[in-house]
Every structure is written in C-alpha cells, then in structure tokens.
Design a protein around this ligand. Structure first.
Ligand code: WT7
Length: 632
C-alpha cells in the first residue's frame, strides 16, 4: 500500500475517486480482521450517517501489537525519552509493549471496566500513557484522553459529558524545570464527577498525593494482582474507539467520536505513505498524545505499521534549545514530525544550539497544526534537513482522524508553505459563501470535503445534532472544515487559516467564545470579546477586549486576576496574551459585536477598518484604537 512514485500517486488518486469502495477495500486488506466486511461504505452527509467496513470485526490492538510479535517481537515499538536528559531512555519492544498492555487491560477489567465504558486518561508523556490508551482499546473501552494542560473544570466538563466510569492519571508530570500536580487537579475535578468509580494513579514524580479509600488505587499495586494474558475484545468496525474533545466556535468543546475500523485503516495508510516509513527506521513525532496528532501519529498509525515511535516527555527548550537535536543524534531519528510553533521558537535561538549536532540520520521532515510560514519552512529545510529531506506539510484536523492534504515524502514535489495535494481518497473542494463550488486554479475559498474517508468523525458524543450543525449544514452535502484555502496555478493547496471563531495558538485549537466565557466568569467582568492576532512564535496570540471591570488595586493586578480565572476555568493554554480594558465594545444596532473591527485593531491595522456604518456608537472605536496604541 506504499506509494513510491508520483505516477502511482496519480493512478491511486484517480482510482480512489472513480471507485472508492474498491480502493479502500484493497487498502484495508493490509490490516488484520477477525471477520471481513460485507459492505465497504454506506454514507449520507445529510444526517450524517457514515459507515465503513460494515460487518467487519477486529481489534485495533491486534493490528498494533499481536500481529508484529512473530517476526518483529524484539523490534522497538516505543522509545521513551524522559523530560530529564540525565535520566535513561526506555525502549519497549513489541513483545514488551504487548505484555504490558495486556496486563494493564486486566487491571482495567479488575477495576470494573467493560466494553463500551468511557475512560478518561490524564497523564504525562510516559510509556504508560500509550499503554493506558492501548489497554482501553484492548478491552473495547472508549478512551477520552485529556491534555495535561487543562484545568480541573475542563476535565470535569469532559468527564461528565461522556460519563466516564474510570480515570487513569499520575501523581504528577515534569515539564521542563516545572512539576505539574496532575492528581491534585484530578481530585478537584472529581468533586463534581458522580459517574467516576475508580481512579488509577501511576507513580511518576512521587509527589505527595491524596488517595481516597475505595476510589483511588496505585497503578504499581494493581499490576501485581493480574497476569499478562488478555485476549482482545472483538469489536465491530463501527464500534467507538475513542472520544477526543476539541474546541469550536461555540463555548462548549465537542467530543469528536472515532470508530475502530475506518480510523485504523486511515491512520495506518496515511502514516506509511506520508512519511514514506521504511522498516527499521526511527520516527519521532513531538506532539502530545493529548491531541489527535499523538493519537494517530505516535500511537495508532506507527504501531499499526510496526514502526519505532519515539515518545518524548519534555519540551524543546529544556535543558537547552538543543534538546530536539540531541534526541535526533542520540536515537538516530529518521523522521521528525513537529509543529511550526516549535520550529519558530527554536529558530529564534540562532544556529548556536545546532553546532556540533549530528543530524545526518534525518530523511523526512513533517509539519502539522498550523500554517507554516516560508521563513520557518526554509529554516527547517536547510538547517535540519540540510536541503535533502522532503518536508511534508500535513493539513488535517481532530475531526478528520488523519492527514488529508499533504505531500507524500519522496513522491510529491513540495512547495514552501503549501500542503500541496490531497491524499488518495480525499476529495477537497473550495466553495464561496453561498456554497457554490469554485472551479479552476488560482482561486481561494472555504475548504470542504465532498466524499467520505475512513478516518472521518462519525458523531459528536451525546449530541449528533451538533455534529450535523457544525460540519454538515453550512454547505449542504459537504463536510465543512472551517478553514480558508487557496489553490494555486498548479492545483496545489495552501491552507490560509480558520474562517470561523477558532484560534490556533501554538498549534492549540482554542475557541474565542470559550475564552470569553472564562473571562466573563471573573467577578466584576461584565462583557468581553476575544480575537486572534498574528504572533511571531505562537502563530496567533489571544487578544481580549474587556469592558472595564471593577478594579481591586492596579489595573495590572486585575489583569493578572483575570488570567488566573482563565487558567482555572480552561487552563494556562487559553490565557490571553493581551488584555485591553475598554468602556464599550463596537456593536451593531442589533447588538452584535463587530469582531472584524476588533481583529483589525488587534493586528494594529486601523487605517482600513472597512464599513463602520452599521455601528451603534462609532466613538467606541476611536476610544479603543487610542487605548490599544498605549498597550504594550
Ligand atoms: C486545525 C485543526 C491535525 C493536527 C493538529 C491540529 C489547522 C492543521 C495545518 C497545516 C495549516 C493547519 C487548521 C485546522 N491546521 N494542520 N498543515 N497547515 N493549518 O488539529 O486541533 O483539530 O486543529 O489546525 O486550521 O482546521 P486540530
């Protein structure tokens, strides 16, 4: 199933459009099924109702573990690089990983977990996180991984939305020179989570934690009580595999649902092709498993292909900004898959951190999460790839399950800042505001997908109507991505960024409404409006306009109070970079905030505010412009 020439890409693409069922049926033959499907695809984008590989039975962990044991059991599956460079790295072979997953799967069963139960995972980037994820899949429980940067309230909302029965966490996490008290955060969350019966706690930093009798148990104790034999649960292709919460334009995050069969096929197929993975190579994706990139391209994609996947606990700048380059040299990394924000941050340290580092093992480079600017693209190409490693700029989303538009390494000619061409099976179209298809090249529009692919979301947990409204109603019969996009004269795609009220801050997806709700929870705040603005390292920064709150002391102190509230409500990742106190917001006569104007002000582009004739009170704008100039 690996594409080795551009001609083959074109042929496969053509086939995938003309006969999608045959195409994906053949791709799926490369996986292990307990029972074959009787129908490759049935679909309806109106409902939406999408089924891939209907009737087929499988367990994704048999594909990620068991099937490699005979020939590649002693091959490294996961190489763990700890936060501290002084600590030893850990290698888990496929045999070892299989054994630990089975053992922990038995721990889950022992603690009452059954097929279909939802399990929340809130852990640091340690091998046990991958083990916990796979153990859920082994017994058919649905994992909901929550990134370690979210607050207790965010966790509680997510746990309650999907009624999780179990939580898996650790005492704490290391993040560079900091320690994060994960179990404390979970304890706060669980005060408001009546469905949670058990909490399994891994010892990692060994900080003191409270352990509630009857609810909390230690990972290390539990594994002693079970053996390592656990037959995989037989799953229907359309049974739920996991839920992953993501932000949208409304305040409440959505639980994106992925199912077993289609997701597995799509993650595996895209992994092997986009990165042109060769047996024996070492692959390093720097994402966190708390995001979709980690699910698909640290865990399921690479492991389903028998690859060696590096799992890094720390951050790129600890102990020094040479850390990534040290890891590449140490583990002889062949593929580095990272985010533009990390590249820009490392670029800012100049070439010093690269001196004397041997990066000759690098063969393929990847970028994900946000548009990569040309400067960062060239730096990545020259300094890290030495002009010899193709860069795959991969566009996709939590909802798409896997990479959608991207070069295929060594196959597709690349172009700086372009995600290039759709992968086989993907049918993108650009539409105008009225949903009319924009044909031809050298055009811009809203990016939609007109035909299903196996990795697509099936629903949003507990609220199918919301899935329909968010993705399938803006433009009838199309999946709407929320992204703007241009198609150049060569038919190459370049993603220009979100066209809805979703921000991309350091590759993290944050809804403006979510941040506004958090700010508005602060005592004394009446109303606020949040927009994004261009930020050199983060891609986008968060700019909050807040109607003069009641002050307790200096304005600066009140700003800090507000940041504290946002950290409590969502997490530190959603903290505004700038807060501006204003006496009013620019509103239309019908009371709608004109965000377009605020965006311009945040960008510092006030010469051209566009049509302001519908404003209720134009004076407000003048005042905000003046105040914004004074803000650092
Ligand atoms: C949004 C999805 C998918 C993995 C991580 C993010 C933006 C993603 C690219 C890219 C330009 C990109 C889009 C998209 N995005 N990759 N290569 N070029 N923009 O997943 O949190 O679901 O965010 O990230 O705006 O809609 P996510």
């Amino acid at each position: 199933m690996q594409i080795t020439s551009f001609k083959q890409y074109e042929e496969d693409f053509k086939k995938s459009v003309e006969n999608p069922e045959q195409f994906w049926g053949e791709v799926a033959q490369n996986f292990q099924w307990r029972k074959p499907w009787y129908k490759v695809l049935s679909w309806d984008f109106k409902e939406p109702n999408i089924k891939w590989f209907e009737g087929a039975k499988l367990n994704i962990t048999e594909n990620c573990l068991d099937r490699h044991l005979e020939k590649n059991g002693d091959k490294p599956a996961i190489i763990w690089e700890p936060n501290s460079h002084e600590e030893e790295s850990v290698t888990l072979t496929y045999k070892m990983l299989h054994e630990r997953v089975c053992r922990f799967a038995n721990v889950l069963k022992r603690n009452g977990a059954k097929k279909g139960d939802r399990i929340c995972i809130y852990m640091p980037m340690v091998p046990e996180l991958a083990i916990a994820v796979l153990a859920c899949a082994r017994i058919g429980a649905v994992h909901s991984v929550i990134f370690g940067g979210f607050s207790a309230k965010s966790i509680a909302d997510r746990i309650n939305d999907s009624q999780c029965k179990l939580v898996i966490t650790a005492d704490g996490a290391y993040r560079g020179s900091k320690q994060i008290p994960l179990k404390d955060v979970i304890d706060d969350a669980l005060i408001g989570c009546p469905t949670v019966e058990k909490c399994i706690v891994l010892t990692h930093v060994r900080t003191p934690v409270s352990m509630l009798k009857g609810r909390d148990v230690w990972w290390e104790d539990e594994v002693k009580h079970v053996n390592d034999i656990c037959e995989a649960e037989e799953m229907d292709a359309e049974d739920m595999l996991f839920i992953l919460y993501t932000s949208g334009s409304t305040g409440k995050p959505k639980g994106v649902v992925h199912t077993c069969g289609g997701y597995m096929v799509y993650a595996g197929y895209t992994f092997t092709n986009v990165f042109n993975y060769q047996p024996g190579e070492v692959y390093f994706c720097t994402a966190d498993i708390g995001w979709i990139t980690g699910h698909s391209y640290i865990v399921y994609g690479p492991l389903s292909q028998g690859a060696t996947s590096v799992l890094f606990e720390g951050i790129p700048t600890y102990p020094t900004p040479s850390r990534f380059w040290d890891i590449i040299e140490k583990h002889k990394i062949n593929t580095l898959y990272t985010a533009p924000t990390a590249i820009r941050s490392l670029m800012s340290y100049g070439e010093g951190p690269l001196e004397g580092k041997d990066l000759s093992s690098i063969r393929v480079l990847g970028s994900v999460g946000e548009p990569i600017n040309e400067e960062a693209w060239h730096w990545f190409d020259e300094k890290i790839g030495h002009g010899k490693a193709p860069i795959v700029d991969t566009w996709w989303q939590t909802e798409t399950g896997g990479i959608m538009i991207s070069p295929i390494a060594t196959v597709t000619p690349t172009k700086p800042s372009f995600a290039t061409l759709p992968l086989p099976g993907i049918q993108p179209i650009l539409v105008d505001e009225n949903g009319k298809e924009i044909l031809g090249n050298d055009v811009m529009g809203n990016l939609c997908i007109k035909f299903p692919w196996p990795g697509m979301l099936r629903t949003t947990y507990g609220d199918h109507e919301r899935c329909k409204q968010t993705y399938f109603s803006t433009y009838p019969d199309l999946y709407f991505t929320g992204d703007g996009c241009l198609r150049d004269q060569d038919g190459y795609y370049r993603i220009t960024g979100r066209v809805d009220d979703v921000l991309n801050v350091s590759g993290h997806r944050i809804g403006t409404a979510e941040v506004e709700n958090a700010i508005n929870m602060h005592a004394g705040v009446v109303e606020s409006a949040v927009v994004g603005y261009p930020h050199d390292v983060k891609g986008q920064g968060i700019y909050a306009f807040v109607i003069n709150p009641e002050m307790h002391g200096e304005a600066e102190l009140t700003k800090k109070d507000i940041l504290q509230t946002v950290t409590r409500v969502i997490g530190a990742i959603a903290k505004p970079d700038k807060i501006l106190f204003v006496s009013g917001l620019p509103k239309t006569r019908s009371g709608k905030i004109m965000r377009r104007i605020l965006r311009k002000i945040a960008e510092g582009d006030t010469a051209n505010l566009g049509d302001t004739s519908t404003l209720l009170d134009p004076n407000v704008v003048e005042e905000i412009i003046e105040a914004a100039k004074a803000l650092k």
